[in-house]
Ligand binder design. Structure first.
Ligand code: 1OR
Ligand code: 1OR
Length: 401
């Protein structure tokens, strides 16, 4: 006797099983009833042209069914916590960074919305941690609220393995507090290539491009992370990135600094940068601060001001297509000058890790310009000595050569 398995049954059951494992419901039967009812409603809505994205998951209807961050992790060798078991269910579609198209993932996008209920106190901490996350900067209010709903907290201890290079991607992580080391295998040896210090985010690459994890991340202190599951990340952030690419494609093609990058690399720059608006007179960078960002001016003007012995001197003005904030990242020193918005200014902002990863080919240009600063500085303060300081003779630095 041959039994025919209806088309889609296997997929349906796998998806349901993943949801059960992810949500750990106290009553699986009740969860199943709600899950399938909502799926059914969802499909009916889709047939009628409705959107599936606002559907609550069974967890939303059942406050208290929170996924515990720590409960999900299994222990591995050396007593380190390993990546979540849910990782085994992620589908790595390809390992090519160039071939992603979130709109192809219709099935994934139809998954019910994930909600992890939070106390007011947790939500406040989460909002604070997410305030400076560049990948969230271009989201509208509804998208941001869905992201916040889906995030869940994970407390970490020193020495925990959060991400292991070459694993599949499960979550994107936002740092609330704690320090982390970034390791990469180079010629078979693990090398420390960077750190995170109480701010920032990581784990976006494997989720954006369906690749294996590019680096290993280990905690170097106790701390707290907010995690966003792969599905929500793809449904909201990756889809939004497709729009961002269209929006900024022409602009990044016109930025002289990025000329030496291939067009696919320029698009990866767009994927990770955030757009930030500043009002007239607002300080964007404070001289002496430690640095973790790099800026390209999209519109408006930015004054670069040097404070020497209490006297402020304008040393450069950056306008559309020009960059600033590279010096401290390259020299690993505090900010050498302050930067202020002139009128309303929009900047594209990139974090130091993305700067290191993506702008390697542009560093020669930046270093040449840094050499020019030194010359200009020497000229400026020679004039000072003679009592003829004239900042107007200093040309805004040209960033295209
Ligand atoms: P992921 O999903 O690949 C590991 O998981 C994460 O480490 C990765 O996303 C990034 O968020 C983060 N190169 C690649 N990934 C990095 C790097 C990095 N730094 C942090 N991540 N480099 C180090 C830059 C300081 C490049 C080294 C050449
Ligand atoms: P940062 O990361 O140090 C401040 O943050 C930014 O201001 C710095 O990177 C540069 O992008 C910019 N000439 C032009 N731009 C400068 C200069 C400069 N210093 C800092 N920035 N100098 C020459 C002045 C005649 C001063 C060199 C110390």
């Amino acid at each position: 006797m041959s039994i025919e398995i209806p088309a889609g049954l296997e997929d349906l059951l796998v998806r349901f099983t993943v949801e059960v494992l992810r949500n750990q419901p106290r009553d699986p039967l009740d969860f199943a009833v709600q899950y399938f009812q909502r799926l059914n409603q969802n499909q009916n809505q889709n047939r009628g042209g409705g959107s599936s994205e606002s559907l609550p998951s069974p967890t939303a209807a059942r406050p208290g069914a929170v996924v515990s961050g720590t409960g999900q992790f299994e222990r591995g060798p050396a007593n380190r916590k390993r990546t979540p078991v849910a990782i085994r269910f992620t589908r790595r579609v390809s390992v090519s960074a160039e071939t992603y198209n979130p709109d192809d993932e219709d099935e994934e996008l139809r998954e019910p919305r994930i909600v992890h209920p939070k106390t007011d106190e947790q939500r406040q901490r989460l909002q604070e941690a997410c305030k400076h996350i560049l990948l969230f900067k271009n989201l509208d209010a509804e998208q941001m609220s869905q992201v916040l709903d889906a995030m869940f907290e994970r407390r970490v201890e020193v020495g925990e393995l959060i991400i292991e290079q070459d694993d599949d991607g499960d979550n994107f992580y936002v740092i609330e507090r704690g320090t982390f080391s970034i390791y990469m295998k180079v010629d078979g040896l693990e090398r420390l290539v960077g750190t995170y210090n109480n701010r920032g985010s990581f784990g976006e690459l494997a989720l954006m491009y369906n690749t294996q994890r590019a680096a290993t991340i280990i905690t170097t202190s106790a701390g707290a992370l907010w995690c966003l599951d792969r599905m929500t990340f793809r449904r909201i952030i990756v889809r939004n990135n497709a729009k961002k690419r269209k929006l900024y494609e022409a602009f990044v093609e016109s930025v002289p600094l990025l000329e030496s990058l291939q067009s696919v690399e320029r698009m990866k720059v767009v994927d990770v940068l955030g757009c930030q608006t500043y009002s007239d007179g607002e300080r964007i960078i404070a001289q002496g601060d430690s640095a973790d960002c790099f800026y390209i001016v999209e519109s408006g003007q930015v004054r670069i001001v040097l404070n020497k012995k209490g006297a402020e001197t304008e040393i450069a003005v950056c306008s559309r297509g020009q960059y600033f904030g590279e010096l401290a990242l390259i020299t690993n020193k505090p900010r050498a000058a302050s930067a202020y918005a002139v009128g309303t200014v929009k900047c594209l902002v990139m974090d130091v890790q993305a700067f290191e990863r993506l702008l390697g080919p542009c560093k020669d240009i930046m270093k040449r310009n840094i050499a020019n600063y030194e010359e200009q500085l020497a000229r400026l303060f020679e004039r000072d000595v003679d009592g003829h300081t004239e900042t107007a003779v200093l040309q805004p630095r040209l960033l295209s050569n």
